[in-house]
Design a protein around this ligand. Structure first.
Ligand SMILES: [Zn+2]
Ligand SMILES: [Zn+2]
Length: 126
């Protein structure tokens, strides 16, 4: 994969972001306006295929974040969209499954969806 200036900018934005970002958020934060939304999406797709980033989907919008070695996943409230970072406990399980199936893993993806405590309470009161 060629690391163009544009790709580097998007990758830097994601690296520096404490929270997952949607393609629209990334587009809005790019300093110059040389890219359009479909370029951003294409770039994100490429990163995703290369295993450089992960994504979580909420209300039909994908949110992207950097895949690190000691990476995190996210737990997302589907009501208020609050995101919680959770540690990855999947690597050793995935390794075992891969071994059983002679599968070579490049990366994985995991998001936990549900209702946060506040939303559970609010929904219960309705
Ligand atoms: Zn919530
Ligand atoms: Zn993981």
């Amino acid at each position: 994969m060629r690391m163009t200036q544009q790709r580097k900018k998007i990758l830097n934005l994601l690296t520096e972001s404490p929270q997952p970002k949607s393609a629209e958020m990334i587009l809005n934060e790019l300093p110059d306006h040389t890219m359009n939304l479909s370029t951003v999406y294409r770039t994100l797709d490429t990163f995703f295929e290369q295993g450089m980033i992960s994504k979580s989907t909420m209300k039909n919008t994908a949110y992207y974040y950097i895949n690190q070695k000691d990476h995190h996943h996210y737990m997302i409230c589907i009501e208020c969209q609050k995101m919680y970072e959770i540690d990855c406990h999947l690597d050793h399980i995935a390794d075992q499954i891969a071994k059983d199936h002679h599968f070579k893993i490049t990366h994985h993806d995991m998001t936990v969806y549900g209702y946060c405590e506040d939303c559970q309470k609010r929904l219960a009161e309705k």
